[in-house]
Design a protein around this ligand. Structure first.
Ligand code: NAD
Length: 476
């Protein structure tokens, strides 16, 4: 049994009723287990964060920046163990696990720099009215709850934890029950750095533990990343208490390929957009919109590229794509394969689970999918791509925007004026032009419509944990 909760600067065993199995998806077998935190332990974590807040929010920005740099450095020192854990528990091939770790390191480094710039943002406000002065003060929101999913455990947590600590908030982090071990590294690092007790608390558990945190009346804000179904429950809890909430939810993003595009380059961007992390990305570009003039050349090349993708154990250096991370996700994707058969979709490649012991599926491409199809409209969270053809730029934009989600999109064209025009017209939070999904800490992350509320990363990520105060003085 793994000791798996970090509360008030101490490691404690779970006292909840749920036993959590931690699985190796390549084998479909558990390799560790732990007991979930009880509701009382969530109380203790929130109380510890509350007690730590007055001192932590008064630390200087440079002190907080030093801790954040410490997190970045210590993540680097734990590199091999964390890469190995993500490979084993998430099923990520080594190169993907390494990129995740580098992203988390870059995030802590970036918010260390932003923390150092904070004092300069507390500044005088020029007023038109005579006889008054005013100044802005950016204060921490307070005690924040952070609930995260399993698909990029180190990264999603870093995107919340680093700006929250930089702003001067204290936190209670609840990782996903599917990947409960990765984020324990943040507790171990807090210990190593001597972060004051209670500034960072980590409670592991399933829905019950998450609900105990999101319903807790001791929080000043909750930041959630996960499914729309749970996000909606989290938002209801926040509404009940009139409390701010940030939501990073699902997606059904489009990749638009125009006639003038280089076919090989387009294939590379399409495959990366749907097969990275075995398609388990909120930002997966799972709807391919391809222009009539290039479709007949592109689809066979895409089919061949997906066929040649090597699916295998993340421990094998040969593997381009690993298994799905959980059995639940594997069954969900298998369910969509069955729906596709019922709907009579034209499957060019894949469409089946692989009989290899673990939770593997084949990269899948459906062509000429009707716009009413469930597979065209619902988030699948696997390497399952649906394609439709379009005639005009206007039609492509309209079809891309015809979704209840609005997370990201990719535009592929050599006509850069058109690329920029289309990017501006897409109702999403982030657009890539002629690129794989490169994510930079300086740019924002988050979506429109059903993909969420608020933004992470960049200065917007920091402001999500800040409260704006003005002090106005009458000179008379
Ligand atoms: P999920 O919603 O099932 O779980 C997310 C977290 O919420 C987990 O920690 C879980 O234990 C917790 N939880 C479950 N029930 C809860 C409840 N009733 N109250 C409070 N917390 C509860 O999502 P998942 O399956 O872990 O992740 C996949 C989803 O996350 C996908 O929809 C994906 O698009 C989304 N996601 C979004 C982003 C983004 O940035 N927009 C990033 C990654 C994943």
């Amino acid at each position: 049994m793994t000791t798996s909760h970090y509360i008030a600067g101490r490691w404690v065993d779970g006292q909840g009723s749920d036993c959590i199995s931690v699985n190796d998806p390549a084998l479909g077998q558990p390799f560790a287990e732990l007991m979930a935190a009880s509701a009382e332990q969530v109380d203790q974590a929130v109380a510890a964060a509350r007690a730590a807040l007055p001192a932590w929010k008064c630390t200087s920005a440079s002190e907080r920046a030093a801790y954040l740099r410490g997190f970045a450095e210590q993540l680097g020192q734990r590199r091999e163990a964390l890469v190995a854990l993500q490979m084993r528990n998430n099923g990520k091939p080594r190169h993907e696990a390494e990129i995740d770790l580098d992203d988390a390191i870059a995030t802590f480094g970036y918010y260390a720099e932003l923390a150092e710039q904070l004092p300069g943002q507390n500044r005088d406000v020029p007023l038109a009215a005579p006889g008054f002065t005013a100044r802005t003060r950016l204060e921490p929101v307070g005690v924040v709850g952070l609930i995260v999913p399993w698909n990029f455990p180190l990264v999603t947590s870093a995107w919340k934890l680093a700006p929250a600590l930089a702003a001067g908030c204290t936190v209670v982090l609840k990782p996903s029950e599917v990947t409960p071990l990765c984020e324990l590294a943040y507790g171990q690092i807090a210990d190593t750095l001597g972060l004051p007790a209670g500034v960072l608390n980590i409670v592991n558990g399933k829905a019950e533990t998450g609900a105990a945190l999101s319903n807790h009346n001791g929080l000043d804000k909750l930041s959630f990343t996960g499914s729309n179904n749970v996000g909606s429950q989290v938002m209801r809890s926040a509404a009940a208490q009139c409390r701010p909430v940030t939501l990073e939810l699902g997606g059904k993003s489009a990749i638009l390929v125009f006639d003038d595009c280089d076919v090989d380059a387009a294939v590379q961007w399409i495959v990366a957009g749907i097969c990275w992390n075995a398609g388990q990305m909120c930002s997966a570009t799972s709807r391919l919109l391809v222009q009539d003039g290039i479709a007949d050349a592109l689809l066979p090349r895409l089919q061949a590229a997906l066929e040649n993708l090597r699916v295998g154990s993340p421990l094998s250096e040969e593997a381009d794509m690993g298994p799905l991370t959980s059995q639940a996700q594997w069954l969900k994707v298998a369910g969509y394969f069955a729906t596709a058969r019922e709907e009579g979709l034209q499957c060019l490649i894949g469409g089946k689970v692989l009989d290899r012991g673990g939770w593997f599926v084949s990269p899948t491409l459906y062509a000429d999918v009707p716009e009413g199809s469930r597979l065209w409209n619902e988030e699948i969270f696997g390497p399952v791509l649906c394609a439709r053809r379009f005639a005009s730029e206007q039609q492509a934009i309209a079809e891309a925007n015809d979704s209840r989600f609005g997370l990201v999109a990719t535009v592929c064209t050599t006509d850069l004026a058109r690329a920029e025009r289309v990017a501006d017209a897409l109702e999403v939070g982030h657009v890539w032009i002629n690129s794989v999904q490169a994510v930079f800490v300086e740019t924002s992350w988050g979506g429109t419509k059903g993909s969420g509320i608020g933004r992470e990363l960049g200065p917007w990520g920091l402001s999500g944990y800040q409260s704006v105060k003005h002090v106005t003085r009458c000179l008379g």
